[in-house]
Write a protein that binds this ligand. Structure first.
Ligand code: FRU
Length: 324
């Protein structure tokens, strides 16, 4: 008998980190329930050229659909557009493309995250706020929007709070530590740091510690359990805004597109939720529950696979006996 061709989904991640690993896990978890689907995930390691090569790889190797988070919009969009124009269905997620040249988009409202982070900063104290903003990779759309939302509120607050310094931390710990280290050496008046993600917030926290500053208020974004939630629970940073990963939704949308089922072209997922010391432990406990359930599902899947491989081995033996 001929084996049916599987639906092949290619996932092009721009980076490898805790947030993306969580999302990848969700995609793989969804794959367990769809034996007709095969997923391959590639990471561009923050490199536009590598991401373009990954997209080409998926196109050349008979993939049915590509899910992509563009590292930097301007650099990667032309490739997305060329593939889409040639008939490849594409779902863009998290980071946006610079024009609408795809089948669907799934993401959060990053401008709103910036607005909510600024409103939260204003509640931190009645005193003057002197803020250091550490941005993500400047060419990536969440960095632009988390910045514009924050700036919007800051320019309207009547002068009590102001952004004293702003520098790119490029979404990573090392760059954020380095810029915070040098800026805090010059601007001793800084009392709040807004970092566009938690890894950079943790880098900034370590830099503040290095300068002997104990009461720095630090706000991040993402809320991945092992990083951001833990940092809030441990008091390393003050708060984080949840940035949903939604891997299973992405998987299901891609499959609907391939199967010709109806799908929503634009799915915007958040209303930003802030996590502080008050609810971080609870969020961590809920995550533990999910991890436990996931482990059970994986064990069950292993048992089913083993049953079927034994069953098909027995069937083969039986057929051979009958043939003799
Ligand atoms: C992960 C990440 C997240 C951030 C997102 C923005 O690669 O840096 O920390 O929220 O990308 O695209």
């Amino acid at each position: 008998c001929t084996e049916e061709k599987k639906v092949r989904i290619g996932v092009s991640q721009c980076s490898t980190d805790d947030w993306r690993m969580t999302l990848n896990e969700e995609i793989m978890r969804e794959e367990i329930f769809h034996p007709e689907v095969e997923v391959e995930i590639r990471s561009a390691d923050d490199n536009n050229a590598k991401q373009i090569a990954d997209l080409e790889y998926f196109a050349k190797n008979d993939f049915d659909i590509i899910i992509v988070s563009p590292n930097e919009a301007k650099a990667v969009t032309p490739k997305i557009k060329a593939l889409h124009d040639s008939g490849m269905p594409i779902v863009v997620f998290d980071r946006e493309a610079s024009e609408k040249c795809y089948s669907a988009f799934v993401g959060a409202d990053n401008h709103d995250i910036g607005v909510k982070a600024a409103q939260y900063a204003l509640l931190l104290s009645d005193e003057e706020l002197n803020i250091l903003e550490i941005t993500g990779l400047p060419g990536s759309t969440p960095a632009m929007k988390r910045g514009s939302g924050f700036d919007e509120v800051m320019t309207e607050n009547g002068g009590r709070a102001r952004i004293v310094a702003k520098a790119a931390g490029n979404w990573n710990y090392e760059d954020a530590f380095a810029v915070a280290d040098s800026i805090l050496a010059v601007h001793q008046e800084i009392n709040v740091i807004y970092a566009h993600n938690d890894r950079m917030a943790i880098g900034a926290s370590d830099a503040a510690k290095k300068h002997g500053i104990k009461d720095m208020k630090i706000i991040g974004v993402d809320g991945v359990p092992s990083t951001g939630l833990k940092a809030v629970a441990d008091g390393v940073i003050t708060a984080t805004f949840l940035y949903p990963t939604e891997g299973s939704l992405l998987f299901r949308k891609a499959l609907a597109i391939v199967n010709g089922s109806p799908f929503e072209e634009e799915t915007i997922i958040t209303t930003p939720t802030v996590v502080t010391k008050d609810n971080a432990e609870l969020m961590l406990m809920l995550d533990q529950e999910i991890q436990n359930e996931t482990r059970k599902v994986k064990t069950l899947k292993g048992q089913v696979d083993e049953y079927w491989s034994r069953h098909s081995a027995q069937t083969t033996v039986l057929y051979s006996v009958v043939a003799i």
